[in-house]
Ligand binder design. Structure first.
Ligand code: PLZ
Length: 453
């Protein structure tokens, strides 16, 4: 089956019916993608980069198809967004129905039921057996900004702690929360005040137990800020952009307990880890922590822009009427998509599929590691697994090797993303709609790329 219709030259429809194959009909980029990317260079600022040098025209299952008819294996899900699969039929249908009904009223002007249904679902699905409320926004960064606003209003305090290697967004407050300077912050300051940084638990590099790492962080917060001044700490249960860093057991519960004892709001940023990605509906569950507030986005709506803050009703209700909102927050089309995605998360075996994908990724990468000491660590949960590349003698991060492997894999038609404070981590975030064969083929290509590097 041709990927581009020969008669009409029309791009194929996306979704799970796309041929599930890696197929390169040109070098990347092919001539059509190259022409589109040349226009990008003229029309879009250089600051907006891209990882894969192709122009997408369709996607679904486990592939992304480009303008030249190349079909690439997708191990990135557009950064952990298309968890249920790109152009999922249930989402496409829900969106089409909503677009035909109404596209916008502004929830703050005339509310509609779907926003409330999304809030009810989030209140039910997030960890914590207490009354919760949810507010909806457009992006992960906007959810994080609002979680901080809510925590400050509730506590009457201003200081906020984020962690080494943490990533929370690119807006002014979230840049301040984000740890890494290049490329996220450099030259874009001054940053929002009253943001402090605490040391993370990074077992591969610090060798500390969770309890030791937590007492190091707590002692620093007590000395440098004082619990009385602290509104909130915000942390990703598994750090995403920072390198898929999984904290040692006990680290997160100890922090959460200290927060509870000191009236500090514990915010879990589950923008990347949320919605089945880790083989659990939320990654907090893995560590047995119940956050006061939780931020979500990405996977929540199958690719439509939607984000949320969910948490304890008494904290969420601290804000005066009119204090929270935005023109598009909880847009009806995004809410329709989210309700369809949540239906898939709850009823279509997606969590189990994330666990199966995690088992394949872990097994294959561990075998690779046993033969190649340049893979220093394999870690993660579910369909959120990473390999950290090092100099085997010194364990120093090897960013050039990492980017060579990623580039070679992409050239061979496998979309992979790197991450990590030191740029030495390849992360695997496949859509959960990918088949085993395609996933294994993608991993074969990674192994070839590593061997050649
Ligand atoms: N919190 C934990 O992972 C977004 C950003 C990629 P937005 N991560 C991908 C890039 O280079 O911009 C993210 C996240 C965590 C917050 C965010 C921000 O979410 O929807 O990108 O604003």
């Amino acid at each position: 089956m041709a990927l581009l219709d020969a008669a009409t030259d029309a791009p194929p429809l996306g979704g799970p019916d796309l041929p599930q194959e890696r197929r390169l009909v040109t070098e990347l980029p092919g001539p059509r993608s190259a022409a589109i990317l040349a226009r990008k260079a003229d029309a879009v600022p250089a600051g907006v980069g891209h990882t894969v040098p192709v122009a997408a025209v369709a996607a679904g299952g486990g592939v992304v198809v480009d303008a030249d008819g190349n079909s690439l294996i997708d191990l990135g899900s557009g950064i952990a967004v298309t968890t249920v699969g790109n152009a999922h039929p249930k989402i496409a249908a829900a969106v089409a129905a909503q677009v035909a009904q109404f596209t916008h009223t502004c929830f703050m002007i005339s509310p509609y039921e779907s926003y409330i249904e999304v809030a009810e679902a989030l209140n039910r699905l997030t960890p914590g057996d207490f009354d919760k409320k949810s507010a909806l926004f457009n992006s992960g960064a906007e959810a994080v900004e609002n979680a901080i606003k809510i925590a400050r209003k509730h506590t009457g305090r201003s200081a906020v702690v984020a962690f080494d290697h943490g990533y929370h967004g690119r807006t002014n407050l979230t840049m301040a929360l984000t740890a890494k300077s290049m490329p996220y912050k450099s030259g874009f300051g001054p940053f929002a005040p009253e943001v402090y940084r605490a040391p993370m638990s990074y077992p591969f590099r610090d060798g500390l137990t969770g309890a030791e790492a937590a007492s190091r962080a707590i002692s620093q917060m007590e000395k440098q800020i004082g619990a009385d001044n602290l509104a909130a700490i915000i942390i990703e249960p598994i750090q995403g952009e920072g390198g898929f860093i999984v904290p040692a057991d006990g680290f997160l519960p100890a922090l959460a307990e200290w927060c509870r004892a000191n009236g500090v709001v514990f915010i879990a940023d589950e923008v990347q880890t949320g919605f089945a990605r880790t083989g659990h509906m939320f990654a907090s569950e893995i560590f047995g922590v119940v956050p006061d507030l939780i931020t979500t986005a990405k996977g929540i709506a199958g690719g439509l822009p939607l984000a949320a803050v969910t948490g304890r009703a008494e904290i969420m209700d601290a804000s005066h009427a009119g204090g929270l909102g935005g023109t598009y927050g909880g847009n009806p089309i995004a809410c329709a998509a989210a309700l369809a995605a949540i239906d898939v998360f709850e009823n279509d075996g997606v969590i189990e599929r994330a666990q199966q994908i995690g088992a394949i990724l872990t097994e294959r990468l561990t075998v690779l590691q046993s033969k190649d000491p340049r893979i220093g660590d394999v870690r993660g949960h579910g369909a959120m697994i990473a390999a950290e590349f090092v100099n085997p003698e010194t364990m120093a991060p090897d960013a050039p090797l990492t980017s060579a492997v990623a580039k070679a894999a992409i050239a061979r038609g496998v979309i992979v993303l790197t991450c990590g404070t030191y740029g030495n981590v390849i992360r695997f975030l496949p859509p959960l709609s990918i088949g085993d064969d395609l996933l294994n083929e993608g991993l074969n290509v990674i192994a070839e790329a590593l061997a050649a590097a």
